[in-house]
Design a protein around this ligand. Structure first.
Ligand SMILES: C[S@@+](CC[C@H](N)C(=O)[O-])C[C@H]1O[C@@H](n2cnc3c(N)ncnc32)[C@H](O)[C@@H]1O
Length: 280
């Protein structure tokens, strides 16, 4: 498979390194101080996630998939997963971090939602998950963390037919967060952009793989798919020390920035590049 990247190539990194990283701290695991696995914990996680990332329910459009088959790639601890299922979708979810998967399964059990889970690597999906068509293939913030994302895209197309929809969120290379990382942590060394993005993209420092894309490069990346809609959104405006204490105090410059300007910034320099595509 030909790789045509303008950025750093993480394809030599072992998928096990990626798995170990997410096992050591599953995504959003600290979204609640309560006992992990309790109903109250999961309710808190959901409230916090959609409070901080309110564009997700609009992008996922959970209710649209009622009665439809949804395949989620990289479900993490399952926040979107259970929302698809609650909306009445028939959900199959895959995840490569066992720790994340364990929690997502617990969550489905607690809320009594019949979700099919697989421990699978997106790059080798068809080795584990039976190939059949889904109405929606959904992946939020995942494919850019796998060493060889083109392979994952190649695999997940096997689960689509001409009417299937693919929704992906990948990180936006030309975002406010990118520049914030370069200046805050990289002291302006923009030539180290890729390494810096990877190191500081997540709540836990040192993600082994984080690619980022632009509205242009995502088209090449999603080979064989035609992008029907694309937008950027999401700037995190809160002060981290307070956020860690579950308090939502904006940093001073976002406090004084008028809301319409902040929204405009999110729509132009947001961190989340959200694309909806179909098979070509
Ligand atoms: C940023 S988290 C997002 C989780 C979830 N989609 C969410 O929005 O909360 C990235 C997830 O991708 C998973 N992941 C990374 N590479 C993967 C792969 N090749 N196959 C399956 N899951 C993968 C990680 O284990 C991690 O749970």
């Amino acid at each position: 498979m030909q790789i045509n990247r303008i950025m750093i190539d993480f394809s030599k990194i072992e998928i096990e390194t990626v798995r170990n990283y997410w096992n050591s701290r599953p995504c959003n695991i600290r979204h609640s101080p309560r006992e992990i696995g309790s109903k109250e914990y999961f309710d808190d996680v959901e409230v916090r996630k959609y409070f901080v990332e309110p564009h997700i329910p609009c992008f996922a459009d959970f209710s649209k998939w009622k009665g439809k088959k949804v395949l989620e790639i990289g479900c993490g601890i399952g926040t979107d997963t259970i929302n698809f299922a609650r909306a009445g979708a028939h959900v199959t979810a895959i995840e490569y971090s066992e720790e994340s998967l364990k929690i997502a399964k617990q969550r489905a059990e607690i809320f009594n939602l019949p979700i099919k889970f697989y421990h699978a690597d997106a790059e080798n999906l068809s080795k584990t998950v039976p190939v059949e068509s889904y109405d929606l293939v959904y992946s939020f913030g995942v494919i850019h963390h796998t060493p060889y994302p083109e392979k994952a895209i190649f695999e997940l197309k096997k689960y689509m037919n001409k009417d299937s929809v693919f929704k992906i969120m990948a990180y936006n290379r030309n975002s406010y967060k990118t520049w914030w990382i370069i200046f805050k942590y990289g002291k302006g060394q923009f030539w180290k952009k890729d390494q810096l993005i990877a190191k500081y993209s997540e709540a836990q420092t040192g993600s082994p793989v984080t690619y980022s894309y632009t509205k242009k490069t995502i088209h090449d990346f999603l080979k064989g798919l035609i992008v029907e809609n694309i937008f950027v959104d999401h700037i995190f405006p809160y002060s981290i020390p307070e956020y860690k204490k579950y308090e939502y105090k904006k940093v001073w410059y976002f406090r004084i920035l008028p809301k319409p300007l902040f929204q405009l910034m999110e729509k132009t320099l947001g961190w989340h590049l959200c694309a909806t595509a179909k098979l070509k």
